[in-house]
Design a binder for this molecule. Sequence first.
Ligand SMILES: O=C(O)/C=C/C(=O)CC(=O)CC(=O)O
Ligand SMILES: [Ca+2]
Ligand SMILES: [Mg+2]
Length: 398
Amino acid sequence: MTEAIPFDLPGDDLFGLDNLPYGVFTTSGAPDLHRIGVRFGSHVLDAGAAAEAMGSAHAELLKAPTLNPLMAAGRPTWQAVRADLQNWLGDPGHRATVGGHLVPLADVTLHLPFEVADYVDFYASEHHATNVGKIFRPDGDPLTPNWKHLPIGYHGRSGTVVVSGTPVVRPLGQRKPKDAPAPSFGPSQRLDIEAEVGFVVGTPSAMTTRVGRQDFREHVFGVCLLNDWSARDLQAWEYVPLGPFLGKSFATSVSAWITPLEALEQARTEPPARDVPPLPYLDDSGEKDGLDIRITVTLNGEQVSEPPFSAMYWTAAQQLAHMTVNGASLRTGDLFASGTVSGPEPDQLGCLLELTAGKGPFLSDGDEVVLTAWAPGPNGTRIGLGEVSGTIAAAPAE
Ligand SMILES: O=C(O)/C=C/C(=O)CC(=O)CC(=O)O
Ligand SMILES: [Ca+2]
Ligand SMILES: [Mg+2]
């Protein structure tokens, strides 16, 4: 079996030694045994079994059924485990031991890799916020007066975060078209996507303390792709004055692979210039807190958009600082999403609402949406962020 494993991956493989994202898998032979897997090329390393075989001090953490214990262990442990994995998979001397713990990707089922604690979604793309503001509030300023002073967000529903591949059932709810005299109840007719990047918190923080922007790397374990499914008709009728609620809480899909922040060092970039100076706790002048992640959105196999994450006005580090500036604590497993990623160009918009200027068409039953992404890695390599997919299933009976 060992001979069959392509340890020497081609240089353009999106899942080489510089990436090594984490997931949780089962096999058909052991469908109840959830195991931590590390993606390597088109294989998955059974990390717990490999750690045990290598006599690693981290074997217990890697034998857990979710990533939460590893995420809670903190950055020095994340770095030590990553160095071990790179050594085990990269040093030919370990191939005989490690090779037996590599499973073909095609033979595994991937699961939601961590237990989601709290879920927050931001609104950090100036392009998206301006476009959506014009559509939802045609008579006002597209950006609200607070927009350039703080990263706007709302608390979502963590229990409906699902892994890539989970069908998304069209939600029922109240809608009221502008000229209709009264609301009606039924399946959403304006079901949309939102292409986003999610950030997964590892190290918790205590209530009444603040996590500064500069401590981002101590707390955030990794990054996933995220689709914030949005029922625009439900949303437009419900959102005033408290913000998104049932129009977004029915399902949020995340990729099965969590890319460690460490793998995105090369992708760090300066965010766009801020034309309003942020308050000191959000000031990141000269810092490379942005990330050059290139997303592709496909609908039924056709590419519809390529949103550039580097265009985001507010960074994840600013979002973390803002989320805790009032003393709110962080928990292991907290997930915060960037907000819809839209760039300045017509083929860089992150939702159908913007791509169709509010007119639709929106999603039909049976439509499949897939987000993929990559980021620059060391020496011209690329770091794959996997994919998040979902197919729309018909609404339940009213
Ligand atoms: O401006 C509004 O009323 C609505 C905004 C959104 O629907 C966007 C949202 O959920 C946040 C984001 O993903 O950017
Ligand atoms: Ca969103
Ligand atoms: Mg959602």
